[in-house]
Each structure stands twice: as C-alpha cells, then as structure tokens.
Design a protein around this ligand. Structure first.
Ligand SMILES: *Cc1c(COP(=O)(O)O)cnc(C)c1O
Length: 428
C-alpha cells in the first residue's frame, strides 16, 4: 500500500474505516480547546460515553433500593461480576467458564501464584523476561521470599542480546530447556510494556509445559490489543488490567483466566473467600467451602459494583466490534503511523528509531536519538499525549477504537513543527 502524508488522504482512510464511528463513543480530553491526539490508550484508555450512565445506574439503585439492590437492582449486585465472562472470553480466547473479573492485576497475579507456584526441592525456578514491569518483578521476588527461597537463585531472567531491543524466541526456548526439570513456572508479559513486542505465547507456553512447568501470562498490554487463544494454547493462567486497552477506568478491576482443566479440582491450593463459594449456597453461610465450578472459584470478596459499572460499558463496545475488526484497523493505523514517522524524519533529518519489532500490536516505541524531554513537552503542549520512558523513548499507541488516521497525520505535522522551531532557534 502506498500512503500519502496529506490531510486529505488521511481523511479518506477515515471515511473508509468501518470503526471510525466508534470514536464518537469516547470522551477526549482537550488542549487549547481541541481534542487531543491520544497515544496513551496503552496506559489509560479513554472513557466510553456510556460509562457514566452505568455508574449512575448503580448510584440510583443504591439510593432507591439500598441493601435490596443485591437482588432487586436491574443488574443485581450479587452476581454482577458474572455479566463479564461471556463478553470477555472472546477478547482473550477463552471459554466463559475460564474467565473472571476481580481485584487488580498484581493482586490477581499473586493469587494465581498461590495456585500455580508450588516450589519443591527439585523444581522451584521461575523464568521471566529481564526488565519486566516493576510490579511483576516485585510480585515474583516477594512470592519467592514468601516460600523462603532466594530470588537470586530462583528467578531466571531471559535477556535481550547485546545491541538488540527485542527478545528472541529461540533464547527464551533455550532458557526453558536449560532450566528444564528445575523450572516450576514460566511467567512473562505477553506484550512487553517497553518495546511493544508481542511474545510468541503459543510456542513459549508449549515449551514450558513440555518441561513440566506451569505457564502464566501477564496480559496487561495484550488484552484488547492482540489476538489471544488462551484456552487453545493450553495456558495455565493469565491476568490483565482493564484500564489500558480495555478502557474500564483508572485502577479498575483485573481480568483473570484459569484453564478449564483446573476447574472443580479439590487439591489445588487457593486463597478462598465467600464469593468463590457455590453461588446457590453462598448465603446459607455454611462452614465448608464449596468452590464454584469455574474461574469464579478464585473470587474472594463481594464485587466492587461501582468500579465494575464502567468496565461493563466498555466491554459492550468490545462485544459489538470484536477483536478481529480491531486488529484489522490496528495493523493499518500502526503502519500509517510508521509511514508518517518516516516521512517526518526524512523532511527534518531527524533520527527516529522504532525499537518495536515486527511482532507487535498497537504500540510503537520510538527511540528519539539526539532529542531530550523538550520534545515530549512540546508534543504535550500541542495536544499530543504520549508517554516518555527514560532515556529517550516515546511510546505511541494509537488505539484502534478511537484514534483516527487524521490523528496520525496531525501528529506528524506537530512533530515537524518542533524540528522547524528547533532549527530556527539554533540559527538565532
Ligand atoms: C500496567 C501493568 C501493571 C499494573 O498493575 P496493577 O496491579 O494494575 O497496578 C502490571 N504489570 C504490567 C506488565 C503492566 O503493564
């Protein structure tokens, strides 16, 4: 496809984009009275317009029904969380019985490790990627210490090669093979938060299972972004936050996947609470725990209904549009963004190095050689919301739900503007 770096051409792409109308389902912040170009859907997705209505509905039920809302609200609270599984399952390639919504991401990963990290004298090591998201590093190290083991001897990190910006599958597979029978768990980020790389989850899962380890995935940057087939890949467990590509609102509840094969198992260790108890008998207040026959067995407390309400609004949009359509637009808009970056680099003799490999989702991480944080600040002041990672990487994630091709063109113009200004200033 040959693209053009013109407003007219970008507008044409928008006109033929079947998802373009969904832009209007979201609320955009404004800078200087103009809707921003929002590249941080990988950090906090925009608010769906319907979210407020769903929250108000709960507020009204609470006002008018109070405790009776548990059973008599239009969307009753006692099983509110069960409305998510059907809609969320296709997003991650799971059966509805394998998916639940609860807590927050790091908390869920801890809970999953209670079930799936059971070190023995011989099999105790954990394989993860180097420089994983800090919360994952803290979480895993603290789990290791909880079992009275030494993180240094227990955690094996797969590293990028010298001078390379991405992980190589062969290196991950080699590490799994080397650790072999000592490997208790492989737990990695399915999409790397820094470079945007999509790991070969199917292949890695298989390799981990082949050496007898459990395999889990942190899907914070994957859910709602890339194709997932957790059930078919035979993944043991996974968890993801909902406020990034899933647009559920700040700090909102996490999704959690537990493979069907662990359902109804009596011997699986788990931290338990009344919301995981057989729902028909939950209010009989019996002393012995009877797990729900699905992923809900991992639920602990009654659900935060007010928080879940906007997530439900967002999920209904995912249900309407579906991942295949999102992925189709994603691939096109990311390629267009790449083209715009190259065009601008050519015009202003800038040096932008895209460090995201070809195995990618919505995010492009761009190394801005020779540029400081000034550029980032300039973009923000001119209505381009990106995020900055030291030393000088900006992450651009044009979420296909609400970003337009014209946004990409506009971004290019702002970027060009910065370099023109810089040149003028340095000539002064
Ligand atoms: C965003 C993100 C988190 C955040 O964890 P919370 O528990 O939701 O605060 C964790 N891990 C990864 C990989 C992330 O990208």
């Amino acid at each position: 496809m040959t693209f053009k770096n013109t407003q007219e051409y970008a507008q044409q792409l928008d006109q033929t984009d079947p998802l373009n109308k969904y832009r209007n389902e979201f609320l955009f912040p404004k800078v200087n009275g103009k809707e921003v170009i929002y590249f941080t859907g990988n950090s906090l997705g925009l608010q769906p317009k319907k979210a407020k209505e769903y929250v108000d509905e709960v507020m009204t039920d609470w006002a008018e029904l109070a405790v009776e809302g548990h059973f008599k609200a239009k969307k009753a609270w006692w099983d509110y969380h069960e409305r998510f599984a059907e809609k969320l399952a296709p997003v991650v390639g799971a059966k509805p019985s394998e998916v639940t919504v609860m807590n927050t991401l790091t908390v869920n990963l801890h809970l999953m490790m209670v079930s799936f990290y059971r070190p023995t004298e011989k099999r105790y090591k954990i394989i993860m990627e180097e420089k994983a998201f800090p919360s994952d590093q803290y979480m895993i190290a603290s789990q290791v210490r909880f079992h009275r083991l030494d993180p240094k001897e227990t955690i094996v990190e797969v590293k990028k090669r010298q001078g390379e910006n991405h992980f190589r599958t062969e290196d991950i597979l080699q590490t799994i093979k080397e650790v072999g029978e000592e490997c208790a768990l492989v737990l990695m980020g399915g999409v790397n938060y820094y470079n945007g790389q999509v790991l070969e989850m199917e292949t890695i899962t298989k390799a981990g299972k082949d050496v007898g380890a459990f395999v889990g995935w942190d899907l914070a940057h994957a859910a709602g972004n890339v194709e997932l087939k957790l059930h078919d890949w035979n993944v043991d467990f996974a968890a993801w936050c909902s406020y990034k590509y899933m647009n559920s609102g700040p700090g909102n509840a996490s999704g959690c996947f537990v493979h069907e094969q662990y359902q109804g198992k009596k011997d699986i260790p788990r931290f338990e609470g009344w919301w995981g108890h057989n729902k028909e008998r939950r209010f009989l207040m019996e002393p012995e725990f009877q797990p729900e026959p699905n992923a809900n067995a991992w639920q602990i407390s009654n659900a935060p209904i007010l928080a879940l309400a906007p997530y439900l609004a967002s999920l209904e949009l995912f249900e309407k549009v579906g991942m295949p359509a999102l992925i189709e637009k994603r691939d096109k808009i990311v390629v267009y963004l790449e083209f715009i970056l190259q065009e601008v680099a050519r015009k202003v003799a800038g040096d932008f190095e895209i460090i995201t490999p070809k195995e990618r989702g919505t995010q492009l991480s761009v190394f801005l050689h020779g540029q400081g944080k000034d550029l980032f600040n300039y973009l923000m002041e001119n209505g381009v919301i990106t995020d900055w990672r030291e030393p000088n990487v900006i992450r651009l994630a044009p979420a296909p739900f609400y970003c337009s091709f014209e946004d990409m063109w506009r971004f290019g113009e702002v970027l060009k503007g910065y370099f023109v200004k810089e040149n003028l200033e340095s000539r002064d």
